[in-house]
Write a protein that binds this ligand. Structure first.
Ligand code: UDP
Length: 231
């Protein structure tokens, strides 16, 4: 890491954007969360667990976690066409897969847990922030979990390994690597890579992702404790 390298928004390489988190923000959902990270704004609502009547869509040995990621038309500078597309289908699937290892799904056979992830404003890193907000909303819905899954992207911009890329950095950067993990066990539940890193850069980036996720995990826990006592 080059001493004194400053990013376009003034951050040092290992700084996250400013994070704000809140839970219990929706009255009609079983659990909810609102999270901001820089210019990203995401709200998540959880419905369930509830019994599924369809045998085709349910599982005898546990609940099915169904996450749906959606970007509002006004969430980006160039109007986003409403509805599902390939990107949102992929992100919905990977958020479900990143969160599933944390949940005791076996407690709810033949049930579903439905999660709506609504991106109100996007500025790079929404899949990671979606995972952070989903974990919080599931905890708010009192769904038993092994840990809160935390996530952040790392990457390479101007030859520097940096944490939490903005959209502008993602566009001009050489690599973007979203990572989700369960800090209690260090288990990685999502890792993607767009671009190229050398082996040493990959190790440095993963280390940075671990420290970012650990910091976010602390904030997630503080947010829950603030709401439900203990902090
Ligand atoms: N984006 C956009 N229009 C789209 C999809 C994405 O402007 O239809 C922007 C948005 O700011 C998003 C960023 O591009 O956060 C990076 O998108 P990517 O697919 O890499 O996912 P993300 O980084 O949000 O997880």
């Amino acid at each position: 890491m080059t001493d004194g390298y400053k990013r376009d928004d003034g951050r040092t390489p290992n700084m996250l954007r400013e994070l704000k988190m809140n839970v219990g923000v929706l009255n009609n959902a079983d659990g909810s969360a609102y999270v901001e990270c820089g210019n990203n704004k995401i709200i998540v609502g959880v419905y369930g667990p509830r019994k599924l009547h369809s045998k085709k869509h349910s599982k005898i040995d546990g609940a099915v976690l169904r996450c749906k990621y959606n970007m509002a038309p006004f969430s980006v500078t160039e109007r986003k066409r409403p509805g599902t597309d390939r990107r949102s289908t992929e992100i919905s699937k990977l958020i479900s897969e990143a969160i599933t290892p944390a949940i005791f799904l076996e407690k709810y056979p033949r049930s579903s847990i439905d999660v709506s992830i609504e991106v109100l404003e996007a500025d790079g890193g929404t899949r990671c922030l979606g995972i952070v907000a989903t974990s919080l909303a599931l905890a708010d819905a009192e769904i038993p979990m092994r840990d809160l899954i935390s996530a952040c992207a790392v990457g390479k911009v101007d030859g520097e390994i940096v944490l939490d890329l903005s959209e502008a950095e993602d566009q001009k950067g050489e690599a973007d690597m979203p990572v989700a993990m369960m800090p209690r066990t260090n288990e990685i539940t999502l890792i993607q890579m767009d671009g190229h890193l050398t082996q040493n850069e990959f190790v440095e980036a993963l280390d940075l992702a671990y420290s970012g996720c650990n910091y976010i995990n602390k904030l997630q826990k503080e947010t829950i404790l603030k709401k439900y006592g203990g902090a």
